[in-house]
Ligand binder design. Sequence first.
Ligand code: ADP
Ligand code: MG
Length: 346
Amino acid sequence: MSAVMQEAAPQGAAAMVEVEGLRKQFRVRGAGFGAPAKVVHAVSGVSFSLQAGQTLGIVGESGCGKSTLARLLMGLIPADDGRVSIAGANLSQDAASLKALRRRMQMVFQDSFASLNPRLTIEDAIMFGPRVHGVPPDEARARCHRLLERVGLDPARFAGRYPHEVSGGQRQRVNIARALALQPQVVLFDESVSALDKSVEIQVLNLLRDLKEEFGLTYLFISHDLNVVQYISDVVMVMYLGKVVEIGPAEVLYERPAHPYTRALLASMPSMDPQRRTLQAPISGDPPSPIDPPSGCRFRTRCPHAAPVCGEREPALVDAQSGGARAACHLLDTASGHPLAGKELS
Ligand SMILES: Nc1ncnc2c1ncn2[C@@H]1O[C@H](COP(=O)(O)OP(=O)(O)O)[C@@H](O)[C@H]1O
Ligand SMILES: [Mg+2]
């Protein structure tokens, strides 16, 4: 467990979510007839732990493995390697264990439509999970109506409607109610507000904050939007090509990013403050393909500080000098052999 999150939690509290060495590769066909199969290194050894009641924001460019990580955590796809435990119970792939996991952890996806059956009314969609888990119909219905009310949808008006009869923002509120209907301890959001208009997005974010307080939830919040992640997160984890490059308390990470990739991401973030707005994009182009990722540090091909050691050895997550955060960069390790290691960067 990282020092960061031990500090952030009360003494002796056990982690709500614990992930160790999680790994997932996809085999894909090579280009051209008879070409050998290739391997996509989607998630390459991710570890973190999260205390109850906290929100972990997960950021990184498209394709860095956020959704694959989410699917692994939810048991939707099997991991090649690694361990996940939720509320002290290990996730394994047998049906009973997955069913137990569903009660502890639920997920809200980006596409509010895709996750709702078009033939089920909103009420039936929300009641479905509890019914599968043996909650009697009357109780499940009462729970559904309470939740609809709580997410800002009047049950009298919305319970009998179909998904296509409500707006995108309302549909996402339905998905949130549906996720909460099993009374989970952990909720995982994968770009859940990304498709919404800005004004609706902030309302839904505020709703999520309130619900977290009220139900004592722990959140995993995936987004490519750094502003949104800053707004909602206690701890932030930055991913690059399937790996964690930095993790730490949100305020530390945003104020004093330690990893060159985190710095570049933040510098390209549209600032609310015009004084801090940069004109030049400090990071350009796309990340390299996760088929054949660069040796050593995967960020080195885009890093302004890359040195030979960066291609030779993979940097481990170490405490960054900025305090509180941990980052995987040879610059932060004075013994790494990087010529600039331990020096203050401009
Ligand atoms: N089922 C799959 N088969 C092959 N490649 C996949 C599959 N799912 C994801 N990938 C690849 O894994 C990498 C990570 O994808 P993903 O987890 O969706 O990233 P993100 O959510 O951060 O955009 C990408 O290169 C993607 O193309
Ligand atoms: Mg994704």
